[in-house]
Design a protein around this ligand. Structure first.
Ligand code: PEP
Length: 257
């Protein structure tokens, strides 16, 4: 059975002191769950101190971004090679990076490849904007983002990649995606993976949902027929009440299903 993942993307919030406090509060409220992997993605600055602080039975760390070259004259960048002993995961292709930092399809592909080369599992975010959805381009966009991002990997590598379906129009906007919309998109993603890498890989690969997740949505989203293996949480992951409730609700849902 695919292991559930609940990942919190803290974005550009919290200094090291605040991050440490949040981890402490989460640790008080989250038990060790064998079937739920809880992943925290703080700013790059906080990864080193948090890696020494976290209870590794409860939490794993993810970077929010890294550069695809392993080393060199790239002022201001941090490579996957530098992160390899600190994190299990790295978010790649988040819509904010695509929109504000020129993470094009090719850049995302290079980052996915660099993550895998360095033993870090990419959490590959794909999703359509409001304009793309309204223009009927959702499937084309998901197809293009997915196929390009995975194109330098072997079938074996693809098995371990975590894909996050994140409709851009529902990220931090207060607009919620309907269950049928999520279900349809995730089915399409699995169908694409099956076409490219075979049915077995499409059944093994984990697909998360992210965008506006709140505790009350957890059971519904995780019970969709498309088979959703967890959640990528932005805003609500900064609130320890909400994030621990999301983790605990995921655990309850998995136990009941
Ligand atoms: C995100 O940015 O990945 C995200 C899911 O944000 P939010 O939960 O705030 O919509």
């Amino acid at each position: 059975m695919r292991k559930l993942m609940i990942a919190g993307n803290w974005k550009m919030h919290l200094n090291t002191h605040e991050a440490s406090l949040l981890v402490h509060r989460l640790s008080e409220r989250i038990d060790v769950h064998r079937n739920v992997e809880v992943v925290l993605a703080p700013s790059t600055l906080c990864l080193q101190p948090l890696s020494l602080e976290i209870d590794r039975r409860k939490f794993r760390l993810a970077a929010q971004n890294a550069f695809y070259k392993d080393e060199g004259a790239f002022t201001g960048e941090v490579s996957f090679t530098m992160l390899r002993d600190l994190v299990h995961y790295c978010i790649v292709g988040h819509s904010e990076r695509r929109a504000y930092f020129h993470d094009t399809l090719e850049v995302v592909r290079n980052k996915v490849e660099a993550a895998v080369r360095n033993g870090i599992t990419p959490i590959l975010c794909i999703g359509e904007t409001e304009h793309e959805r309204k223009s009927g381009e959702t499937k084309q966009v998901l197809h293009d983002q997915l196929t390009t991002a995975l194109s330098n990997l072997t079938t074996n590598d693809v098995r371990d990649v975590v894909i996050a379906y994140e409709p851009v129009w529902a990220i931090g906007t207060g607009v919620t995606a309907k269950p049928a919309q999520i279900d349809e998109a995730v089915r399409f993603i699995r169908h694409n993976v099956a076409e490219l890498y075979g049915q077995k890989v499409s059944e093994e690969v984990r697909v998360l949902y992210g965008a506006g997740v709140e505790p009350e949505y957890v059971a519904g989203v995780l019970s969709l027929d498309a088979g959703i293996d967890g959640l990528l949480v932005g805003g609500a992951s900064l609130n320890y009440h909400k994030f621990s409730e999301i983790v605990n609700a995921a655990y309850r849902t998995r136990r009941e299903n």
